[in-house]
Design a binder for this molecule. Structure first.
Ligand code: PLP
Length: 454
């Protein structure tokens, strides 16, 4: 066995998959017991030839690979994966770089720095902000809120990194009632707990209610979590108004923009995230709307020193000082995969015009879904401002039955959600592979399942 033999075979498997995935049935329920059996058994005592291991892996995984990277997967907000980004990811693994710092992985760190600069330009984040390439939105929210915790407590004369939270002044934390659940987990991990969180009401499309926020804000500094891109509706909070309110009182604004922050990259949609540059920290994903493979998230912070003080584990004084600036000082990981290559490649493949076009196309296709389903007499339950569409098929039980039928049908895949007390089909358009014809085929399948449902 040579590397050539193994890698060529790997490439053949990958090529065959990518050629097939566009026609593949999407998300038919997997047989979990069969998969467990295929992967299970006792661990062999002797080793196995790598080519054989690969063939065994491909065989075992059959029936358990979901076509999320194909053009008709509209569940969650997952995105697909661009060609260059996928290839770059494969190389990053082959190179096996540890992107801890510039000494250990100089190319990986340089790629992150270049891609980080481009990301800030595209997303409307000040170019002085720091960026950590993290695992995803969850990690980016955790890093952003750790920076918030550092800064707000420092203003109150408390060094949380040294003294912990026991005996610390209480920091008010506010977030929209429609925040993403990863905000709650970040608050738990950071020792704030969730019970102390002040929930602020949202408006009819799921953006934070600015009047309610004004009433809820305490006089002193608070941490306020805003959102660009409600996971159900796509709604974006009024960032400018909220940032002004919070900053007047010396507080910190963290924006969870896992997918919605990408609106900033489009001249047509930028208005939705007007004021984005005013925030103090931002979370965004590469593996959703930028169509970079997993795992790829970005944690930005307006104050690099605060960012590093909150999460670095080398001395803060090393940070920002020349080549030793550790990429890992802005993330929660120590040893880490060279994540920047794939993002760098995706941005090069698309260019800034291509990023804008991708975001605009997905939003246009979401409106196409909404228009066609509405024309067929169905109810679209949200204002389709971005890439998310919520559909009702009657009462909750009937909606569940249609969603179940579409998931079994295999033409496309959509999930269910509960929003404002109702069960709804949730359609997310975030893949670069999706075309008008994919939407039309999917609408036809939905209507077929709807008329088949009682
Ligand atoms: C997906 C999502 C997250 C979590 O991101 P992961 O990449 O899954 O960790 C957080 N917030 C919002 C609004 C999201 O859509």
């Amino acid at each position: 066995m040579t590397w050539g033999e193994l890698f060529r075979r790997t490439a053949e498997h990958a090529i065959a998959y990518r050629a097939w995935v566009g026609q593949a049935p999407v998300g038919r329920p997997a047989d979990a017991a069969a998969l467990r059996a295929a992967f299970g058994g006792t661990l062999n005592k002797r080793g196995t030839d790598p080519v054989k291991v690969l063939d065994e892996l491909v065989h075992a995984a059959q029936g358990g690979i979901v076509a999320t990277t194909g053009p008709r997967f509209f569940g969650f907000v997952v995105g697909g994966s661009l060609r260059s980004a996928t290839a770059a990811e494969i190389l990053a693994v082959a190179w096996d770089q540890n992107a801890f710092n510039g000494l250990l992985a100089p190319a990986a760190v340089a790629a992150e720095q270049a891609a980080g600069t481009w990301l800030k330009e595209l997303l409307g984040i000040p170019d002085t902000a720091s960026v950590g390439f993290v695992t995803g939105g969850q990690a980016a929210n955790t890093v952003g809120l750790a920076a918030a915790r550092h800064q707000v407590l420092a203003q109150l004369g408390w060094d949380v990194e040294t003294d912990g939270l026991g005996g610390a002044p209480r920091v008010p934390v506010l977030a929209s009632a429609e925040r993403h659940a990863t905000i709650d987990r970040a608050l738990r991990l950071l020792g704030f707990g969730t019970a102390g969180l002040t929930q602020v009401a949202a408006d009819s499309n799921g953006a934070i209610d600015i009047d309610a926020l004004t009433r809820a804000l305490p006089d002193g500094p608070a941490i306020v979590c805003l959102q660009a891109g409600n996971v159900n509706t796509g709604a974006c909070d009024n960032l400018r108004a909220a940032c002004d309110l919070v900053h007047e009182r010396g507080g910190w604004v963290h924006v969870d923009g896992a997918f919605g922050l990408w609106a900033a990259a489009s001249p047509q949609l930028r208005e939705l995230v007007d004021g984005i540059e005013l925030a103090d920290s931002w979370a965004c994903d590469g593996h959703k709307w930028l169509n970079v493979p997993y795992d790829s998230g970005f944690a930005f912070c307006s104050r690099p020193q605060v960012h590093a003080a909150a999460v670095s584990y080398t001395a803060a004084y090393l940070v920002g000082t020349g080549e030793m600036a550790a990429a890992a000082d802005y993330t929660l990981e120590s040893s880490r995969r060279a994540r920047g290559f794939a993002t760098w490649a995706a941005l090069r493949e698309l260019g800034s015009d291509g990023v804008a076009e991708l975001i605009e196309r997905c939003c246009r296709l979401a409106r196409r879904f909404a228009d066609k389903l509405r024309d067929a007499g169905l109810e679209v339950a949200n204002d389709v401002v971005l890439n998310q569409v919520l559909v009702s098929f009657g009462d909750d039980e009937r909606t569940e039955r249609v969603i179940d039928a579409i998931q079994r049908d295999g033409t496309c895949w959509m999930g269910a959600t509960t929003w404002h007390g109702r069960r709804l089909m949730r359609i997310s358009v975030s893949s670069a592979a999706t075309t008008d014809s994919d939407v039309d085929k999917s609408v036809a399948a939905i209507l077929r399942c709807n008329s088949g449902a009682r």
